[in-house]
Design a protein around this ligand. Structure first.
Ligand code: SF4
Length: 330
């Protein structure tokens, strides 16, 4: 069996915050607090959870947009969390990103031609000016935009078209992994489906791996191979799509899925309403981080943190109820 394309081992990212008189007291936002997973070549892993759970921070740590607090990020057997600039340059080519808002991530003064040519030039991928032109025009074909649009600027496109330009720019670097950070969240429903279909087609064509970061489980259900569910900086469940959607094991996953609409007209799930708000990541609850909102909480949950354990061949869950514990009090 070939090694995974990406390995994330016990990743932590704690952001310091100042508080108190004169901002002297230092606290930390425990944005990501011990996250591990792997992505195989050509695989889509979706990272899901509510806003503020740390999923985008995981994506940005993989892209090395900041230094991590602890852990390892390994691409194709090579650590990138502490790689020196020379190695990092090649790594950056191999891992690209598509952000939620293409308008703010595309330079409004540049023409699409230059936006697409930039990564090709930066990574030295074109052999000549003709080769550069061929690459740029074929990227437009790949993301199904007209070649005539190469001379336009980002504000002349719709939201969906701008996201296609963002995808083309990511593809220009010939990556092996694309981090899609809420890449379809800001789009209308029909445009969302078109962009998801495009991503799936590109994945088959180029053998790309995708880390699909999203809060929208309805979209994830149609396009992912596996799902990792995050809550307050930790993964609470990770499993293939079929298992997660047919038999979610963690109480938080069940609550998230209960809000996903069913495709059949008129059909409804029984919604599980969680009490309270997500606690602050500055001072996360002791024991199980979900215990302040969990409908199945019992004594042990308040003092002992559950670890991810296998509950099937490919399903892992962090809940005391999944290790044979009998809940004796609530
Ligand atoms: Fe709920 Fe306890 Fe399981 Fe946490 S460990 S999800 S509080 S039952």
């Amino acid at each position: 069996m070939s090694p995974p394309l990406l390995q994330v081992n016990d990743l932590k990212k704690h952001f310091p915050v100042k508080s108190g008189l004169f901002g002297r007291k230092s606290e930390f936002v425990y944005a990501v607090d011990g996250v591990s997973f792997e992505i195989a070549r050509g695989e889509t892993l979706s990272l899901v959870g509510e806003s503020g759970c740390g999923k985008s921070t995981v994506g940005r740590a993989i892209l090395r947009l900041f230094d991590i607090t602890a852990g390892q990020v390994i691409l194709d057997g090579q650590r990138i969390d502490d790689a020196h600039p020379g190695t990092m340059r090649q790594m950056r080519r191999r891992v690209q990103v598509v952000f939620q808002d293409p308008f703010s991530s595309l330079n409004p003064r540049m023409r699409v031609r230059d936006i697409l040519a930039e990564p090709i030039r930066n990574f030295g991928l074109a052999k000549s000016a003709e080769d550069l032109e061929v690459r740029v025009t074929s990227l437009m074909d790949t993301v199904r935009l007209p070649r005539e649009a190469l001379n336009r600027r980002p504000h002349e496109f719709s939201g969906g078209q701008r996201q296609r330009i963002g995808i083309a720019r990511a593809l220009a670097a010939e990556p092996e992994l694309i981090v899609c950070d809420e890449a379809v969240s800001a789009l209308d429903v029909s445009v969302k489906a078109q962009i998801v279909n495009l991503l799936q087609d590109l994945q088959s064509e180029f053998g790309l791996a995708l880390l699909f970061i999203s809060h929208d489980l309805a979209i994830v259900e149609h396009m992912t191979h596996r799902v990792a569910v995050m809550y307050l900086g930790k993964i609470v469940e990770i499993a293939p799509r079929r298992e997660i959607f047919a038999a979610p094991r963690h109480p938080y996953t069940r609550a998230l899925l209960s809000a996903v609409p069913l495709p059949e007209p008129g059909a409804q799930r029984n919604p599980i309403i969680l009490k309270g708000d997500v606690p602050s990541p500055i001072n996360p609850p002791k024991g199980c981080r979900f215990h302040t909102r969990c409908p199945l909480v019992f004594d042990r949950c308040r003092v002992e943190e559950p670890v991810l354990r296998a509950v099937g061949t490919e399903q892992w869950v962090a809940c005391h109820l999944e290790d044979g514990t009998v809940a004796t009090s609530g």
